[in-house]
Design a protein around this ligand. Structure first.
Ligand code: DNO
Length: 402
């Protein structure tokens, strides 16, 4: 069975470790959120959090994320020191027995949504990515130089109309959500403050001369520095795909399709160079066939995010819960369970395959609780229960047909 995990944001998370235990969670997914990207994670700090989870009968299953500093992605003068620090953090994690590390290589923004409170038909609140709204933000609110050139005419027209209708407050909310609110609780590159838009624009400029090929080269250099340490210490590195899986703000994207991900895996053939298979992120583009992708990537998938999306229009998608949406969750979960059986038969000692219900729809008591965007308690718990039911049935079928 896939291991049931849950993203926990540490002491300030309104969902406590006690709650996790009651919900039947087995492993905790967390990060040292207070340490800025690029700094070494000291053993004592890792142990402190680890012991906290153990006090509640849980354990620290996956690091999400050990963030890759921007300096590594753009190969700044500092990138060697930053990479050395990353390697040291991996050694320290391994010394504490933690073996699964998620990261991403998305420039500047970790993920992007335009609407954080989109009401679905049942009255729940979910998140939406609407490309014309994003274009309006880019062109009319942020005012990025030559932004127009990145959008087709039809989208430009829609963006203009949207921008004309938006009030100043709506514009401010949109910019603040994209740049700060959705990023800050993870490891945002721009913190809040008066000039946050300008600082964001300055960050975007650091990628002015970095195209797709160049960014892949930077990732490849990073992997070849880091994977040997991961391999030697038994750590499985898992790259999280781009969310959404297409270029934004003129920035290069390199982990959006099956070809991208296979290319990344080919940069270093070690099993330690793996994938965090995120069905929600990858389903944000209609030409990604998630069932086929699960099949092609299963043997290097070490961490799994399960959730679903559905299209609202041809230019937008929303988070549609866990089972229903464009992803055939039955097929994906079955492939992953079959992969686990394969690993057991092949004699792998570590056939643990942690998944977490990624994001959730705000429902019921979620409306009277504080939560980070995408991380309400009840909506996620529903997802956890649904996927666990699904995997229980599939794995029973697989056993019966053995
Ligand atoms: C958002 C998440 C991302 C993801 C990181 C992994 O909710 O999907 O923040 O955890 O990109 O590095």
């Amino acid at each position: 069975m896939l291991e049931k995990t849950w993203r926990w944001f540490g002491q300030n998370d309104p969902v406590t470790l006690n709650d996790l235990k009651q919900m039947g969670v087995e492993g905790v997914v967390t990060s040292l959120h207070h340490i800025p990207p690029g700094e070494v994670w000291p053993v004592e700090e890792i142990r402190r959090v680890q012991q906290e989870t153990e006090k509640h009968g849980l354990y620290w299953s996956v690091v999400e994320s050990l963030p890759v500093a921007e300096g590594i992605k753009i190969r700044s003068k500092d990138s060697e020191r930053l990479t050395d620090n990353y390697r040291q953090s991996l050694r320290n994690l391994a010394a504490c027995g933690i073996d699964t590390v998620c990261y991403n290589f998305m420039p500047v923004l970790d993920w992007a949504r335009t609407h954080l409170q989109y009401k679905n038909k049942q009255g729940g609140e979910t998140m939406l990515f609407d490309f014309p709204t994003f274009a309006a933000f880019d062109i009319y609110i942020l005012g990025r130089e030559n932004a127009q050139a990145d959008y087709p005419d039809a989208m430009l027209q829609k963006a203009e109309q949207l921008a004309l209708k938006m009030t100043e407050t709506e514009k401010e909310t949109l910019a603040h959500n994209i740049i700060v609110v959705t990023q800050a609780f993870i490891h945002g590159s721009v913190s809040d403050g008066k000039d946050y838009r300008q600082r964001f624009l300055d960050y975007l400029k650091t990628y002015r001369d970095i195209g797709k090929e160049q960014l892949i080269q930077h990732l490849s250099l990073f992997l070849n520095n880091v994977i040997p340490v991961a391999e030697e210490t038994g750590i499985r590195m898992c790259i999280h795909p781009d969310d959404p899986p297409f270029p934004l703000l003129g920035l290069p994207r390199i982990a959006s399709t099956v070809d991208d991900l296979l290319h990344i895996l080919a940069q270093n053939r070690s099993l330690s160079n793996g994938i965090a298979f995120c069905t929600g992120s990858l389903s944000g583009r209609p030409d990604n066939d998630l069932t086929a992708m699960a099949q092609q990537l299963a043997d290097r998938t070490h961490f799994i995010h399960l959730r679903n999306t559905a299209r609202l229009t041809s230019d937008s998608f929303y988070e549609s819960g866990h089972l229903s949406g464009s992803v055939d969750m039955y097929a994906v979960v079955k492939i992953l369970l079959q992969e686990q059986i394969r690993r057991k038969k092949a004699g792998w000692n570590n056939f643990r395959m942690p998944f977490r219900p990624d994001h959730g729809i705000r429902i019921l008591d979620d409306f009277s609780r504080q939560s980070n965007p995408g991380y309400p308690l009840v909506g996620r718990l529903k997802g956890l229960a649904e996927i666990d039911g699904l995997q229980t049935a599939i794995s029973r079928q697989l056993q019966d047909s053995e």
